[in-house]
Design a protein around this ligand. Sequence first.
Ligand code: CMP
Length: 138
Amino acid sequence: MGNITFTMIKPEAVEAKHTGSILKRIEEGGFRIVALKKVHLNHERAGLFYKVHKDRPFYRELVEYMSRGPIISAILEKDNAVADFRTLIGATNPEEADEGTIRKEFATNLSMNAIHGSDSDDNAITESDFHFSSKERF
Ligand code: CMP
């Protein structure tokens, strides 16, 4: 068993019907899907998920955006999962994302950047626990 990371395909990418293409890229990138669901975060849950950013100027906009429609959330497993997944998705700002990355292909801008990836092993566990019970993991 490898490490885990946590991801969300964000509302604008789900609305644009990019879910299948993005999940294909994730599996082809060597990640195993441990848990997967479609869920509409309400304002309160989106705010809680991103509470580490609550003092940042973009927090309000981020919470509005992440609660505007359903997302796809998933736990992914692979050796070196956190770092390898961040390589696969590309830079937070799609203008700085490398060619071939998921954000380069599917993101709209810095706020609507198509996909989330955990930034540390500890946060991968915290974020996974926020979204999934042990019975939802396989
Ligand atoms: P994500 O990896 O999900 O984590 C925090 C999110 O805040 C980030 O992706 C961006 O979508 C969003 N965001 C909006 N503005 C900024 C900003 N100026 N700097 C960093 N993240 C931002």
